[in-house]
Design a protein around this ligand. Structure first.
Ligand code: ADP
Ligand code: MG
Length: 264
């Protein structure tokens, strides 16, 4: 029986490529034949829009599920492209209510983990797109996950805030979720002509060694255009450098997982 892999894509900085990574890694894994659930936990609903679901026309979102007001089957959306078995748990502004509601609930840190326990058989991979903050929604993602993937834009302030994120991961590992580990650090929006980007990239590798993915996501306009068409890059321009990089990342994620299976 395939055990479910749950990866939270987190960094409290905005604009580092979390959503782009969530959407394109999910689509690439689905295209590789995996049954994938993409969870949008950000009230901005960018991942939802990025796979072509109109966030303002949703009857149900992950908020209803986290608040216990609807079941999984009512909230999930089947995408079926690039392959069947690619599903989305959508989000929109309502998700802010979940953040507030969770604060008042006893199960506040485990709500998402409980939901996922009920659907473990349906998916091989779950990817969670986190909001740009270390709030209760992100804590729920980290409690539910067995790995955290950290996208980092190689720029001057890139490493600022990283220690706060790593401290949070460590706290959750020791108090709530002993199975949580760093899935990998991903260099995003990389421009090899930029000396500073190269320096930060080298610094990351020397500090985090094997935790840094070999795959580097280049700065590529196709990746920025694709969401306005409601498509992952794979369906918008499959051969573009950005799309090819995310397909390579999907292979790397799968290879790493085969080498070091999770405790689950
Ligand atoms: P986050 O979810 O961390 O806030 P996004 O994934 O939304 O970050 O990315 C921020 C912006 O940068 C978006 O407009 C997105 O389209 C763009 N972007 C992300 N990755 C790339 C890339 N590799 N090349 C070009 N633009 C990118
Ligand atoms: Mg985002």
């Amino acid at each position: 029986m395939a055990s479910i892999r749950t990866i939270a894509i987190a960094n409290q900085k905005g604009g580092v490529g979390k959503t782009t990574t969530a959407v394109n890694l999910a689509a690439s894994l689905a295209a590789a034949g995996r049954r994938v659930l993409l969870i949008d936990l950000d009230p901005q609903g960018n991942a939802t829009m990025g796979v072509g679901i109109a966030k303002n026309e949703l009857e149900r979102t992950g908020c209803d599920l986290l608040m216990g007001e609807a079941g999984f089957a009512e909230c999930v959306r089947r995408l079926d492209a690039p392959a069947p078995g690619f599903d989305l748990l959508p989000s929109n502004g309502d998700m802010t209510a979940a953040e507030v509601g969770l604060m008042q609930s006893e199960q506040r840190e485990r709500a998402l983990a409980e939901v996922l326990a009920g659907v473990a058989d349906a998916y091989e991979v779950v990817l969670i797109d986190c909001p740009p903050s270390l709030n209760m929604l992100t804590v729920n993602a980290l409690v539910a996950a067995d790995g955290v993937l950290i996208p980092i834009q190689c720029e001057y302030y890139a490493l600022e805030g990283l220690s706060a994120l790593l401290d949070t991961v460590e706290q959750i590992r020791s108090n709530r979720n002993p199975g949580l580990r760093i899935e990998g650090i991903l260099r995003t929006m990389h421009d090899p002509r930029n000396n500073l980007a190269n320096q930060v990239s080298t610094q990351l590798v020397s500090h985090f060694t094997d935790e840094v993915y070999r795959t580097i996501i280049p700065r590529n306009v196709r990746l920025a255009e694709a969401p306005s068409h409601g498509l992952p890059a794979l369906l918008y321009d499959r051969g573009s450098r950005g799309s090819v990089a995310y397909q390579a990342l999907a292979s790397e994620v799968l290879r790493r997982r085969e080498r070091t299976p999770s405790a689950a």
